[in-house]
Design a protein around this ligand. Structure first.
Ligand code: R2B
Ligand code: URA
Length: 308
């Protein structure tokens, strides 16, 4: 008779606890400085223990609107306008909790989102959260796509088109994989077919450390290349399967992967970079574009909560 190997307690903990830092166990208190929260001053399990979905995005206002939208979509009691910023004691990030959904802003760029993710992942650990899914909902520049297209990231790649994230640690480069959850991406694509006016594709996303020169723009304060060189780079990116460019996906994917958190990146394209660099689309159109990833993720969450 086959004997099943026992599940070691350490393996179980390893899979569920999210953080990957032995030093945390020796700390009497953990201050999540940029959230203005701490394990001593806040009952994190009571505040956050039921979180199942975490949505992150660059702008504080957008993440507040998303929280209000989710409140309405989940038909929760109370007034959506009364949702309060849990991080109101600091203006670094904003955080809103709506039932099992947490909505947090992360600012622009890899360093900003990476600080937020360290504290978020520790928060989920201290709160004993289980089976959490993360979504980055954001904006991007498209390559060869009509503006307003939603791109669900297959691979998050760096400026050399490599599916990896490099972090300098103690003066050495550590390279981490940026693979995202394939099942979540496919499920999100399926959700897009169930909603009106949501042109959506799965493609690779390039993450850069700059909006201007770093994304091959000709309209920054500095530019060291020609129009032809820009277009050649973008065409090569397109050949490598890259369909949009933004500034946070690689570190988001890498940190979630190391910490066993299922994650997806969903960004709307604001312009087609093969046609220009300036974002000249009218404000109301941009606002509608930015709601598209929110609709998609809200639909996904409602399906998971068996509300539709
Ligand atoms: C998309 O938009 C921002 C730059 O405008 C950046 O945070 C990103 O990834
Ligand atoms: N965000 C980016 O990072 N790039 C764009 O072109 C548009 C939004």
């Amino acid at each position: 008779m086959a004997v099943m190997a026992p599940i070691l307690h350490s393996e179980y903990i390893e899979q569920e606890q999210y953080v990957k830092n032995p030093h945390l166990d020796n700390m009497e208190e953990d201050i999540l400085y940029h959230f203005n929260l701490s394990t001593k001053t806040h009952n994190l399990p009571a505040m956050f223990g039921n979180i199942k979905f975490v949505c992150v995005g660059g702008s504080a206002n957008r993440m507040r609107s998303f929280a209000q939208f989710i409140h309405q979509q989940l038909e929760l009691p109370g007034n959506a306008d009364d949702i309060r910023d849990i991080c109101e004691g600091t203006d670094r990030y904003s955080m809103y909790k709506v039932g099992p959904v947490l909505s947090i802003s992360h600012g622009m760029g890899v360093p900003s989102i990476s600080i937020m993710l360290h504290e978020l992942i520790k928060l989920l650990y201290h709160a004993h959260c289980r089976d959490v899914m993360l979504f980055r909902i954001g904006t991007s520049g498209g390559i060869g796509l009509p503006p307003g297209t939603v791109v669900i990231t297959d691979k998050a790649v760096d400026s050399f088109f490599r599916p990896q994230f490099e972090q300098v640690v103690l003066g050495k480069v550590i390279t981490r994989s940026t693979e995202l959850d394939e099942g979540m991406a496919q499920e999100l694509l399926q959700c897009s077919t169930e909603l009106p006016n949501l042109p959506t594709i799965i493609g690779n996303t390039m993450c850069t450390h700059d909006f201007y020169e770093g994304q091959g723009r000709l309209d920054g304060a500095l530019c060291s290349f020609s129009t032809e060189e820009k277009l050649e780079y973008l065409r090569k990116a397109h050949e490598a399967g890259i369909r949009n460019i933004e500034m946070e996906s690689t570190v988001f994917a890498a940190m979630c992967r190391v910490c066993n958190l299922k994650a997806a990146v969903i960004c709307v394209t604001l312009l087609n970079r093969l046609e220009g660099d300036q974002i000249s689309t009218p404000h109301d159109v941009l606002v509608e574009y930015q709601q598209r990833p929110q609709y998609l993720v809200a639909h996904f969450i409602k399906k998971h909560l068996a509300l539709i």
